[in-house]
Design a protein around this ligand. Structure first.
Ligand code: GLN
Length: 198
C-alpha cells in the first residue's frame, strides 16, 4: 500500500510527518497533483486555511484531492485542515473554498485572536481513557453538524471540536503538538482497515 501523505503547502506539516514516522508510517509530503495518486491516506495540517485553499488550487492539487476524498481515502485534518475538509465555511475569507467531504459548517477563529488560544482536557469516547489534552490555536469549531457527520468530542459547553464521517476525521485542535498521538493512530487504523478490505 502507498505511503501516507501530508499536505505540505503551508502550515505545520513537519510536525505531522514526525508523528506519523514515530507511529511507524511511511510519510511523504504532498504538493503536486501527481503526488496524490500514490498515497493511501492524507493529513491536512494546521496553518491558515485561506492560504492553503489558494495554494491548493494554484498548484492544481485541490481537484485531485477532492477526487480521492470522494473515493473514500482516509483523511485527517487538524485545525485549518478541519476547515479544508468542511463542506461549509460560515465566515470564510471572500472567495474561500474548501475541499469538503465532512457534512459540517465550521466557524473560523471561533474563540478569537491568537491570544485566546487555550488548552483543555477532552473526553473522546472512541479513543477511551485518559482524556485527550487538546491545544487550540486560533481554532475553528463545528458550528453545524450535518446528519452524515458524527461528533467525536465536545467542549464542556457542548461545542463540537472533533468529528468523523466515514474515513474522514477533523479536529479543531492540534494533537501533533502534544505527545498524544491517538488521533493519528485512529487515522492510520482506517488506512489499514481500508487496504485489508475490512
Ligand atoms: N485560524 C486558522 C484558519 O482559519 C486555523 C488556525 C490553525 O490551524 N491553528 O485557517
Amino acid at each position: 500500500d502507498g505511503p501516507v501523505g501530508v499536505l505540505a503547502l503551508q502550515g505545520d506539516f513537519r510536525e505531522h510527518v514526525n508523528v506519523l514516522t514515530t507511529l511507524g508510517a511511511d510519510a511523504v509530503l504532498v504538493r503536486r497533483p501527481d503526488e496524490v495518486a500514490a498515497i493511501s491516506g492524507l493529513v491536512i495540517p494546521g496553518g491558515e486555511s485561506s492560504v492553503m485553499d489558494k495554494l491548493s488550487r494554484a498548484f492544481g492539487v485541490a481537484d485531485a484531492l477532492k477526487q480521492r476524498i470522494a473515493g473514500g481515502m482516509p483523511v485527517y485534518g487538524t485545525c485549518a485542515g478541519l476547515i479544508m475538509l468542511a463542506d461549509r465555511i460560515v465566515d470564510g475569507i471572500r472567495g474561500q473554498q474548501s475541499l469538503g467531504g465532512l457534512d459540517v459548517a465550521v466557524r473560523r477563529n471561533a474563540f478569537g485572536a491568537q491570544t485566546e488560544s487555550f488548552e483543555a482536557d477532552l473526553d473522546v469516547p472512541v479513543l477511551g481513557e485518559p482524556p485527550m489534552h487538546a491545544v487550540f490555536i486560533r481554532a475553528p469549531v463545528v458550528a453545524e453538524l450535518g446528519d452524515r457527520a458524527t461528533a467525536l468530542a465536545t467542549l464542556e459547553n457542548g461545542t463540537v471540536v472533533a468529528v468523523e464521517q466515514g474515513n474522514l476525521i477533523g479536529t479543531s485542535f492540534h494533537p501533533e503538538m502534544t505527545a498524544d498521538y491517538r488521533f493519528h493512530q485512529y487515522f492510520l487504523d482506517k488506512i489499514v482497515a481500508r487496504s485489508s478490505g475490512l
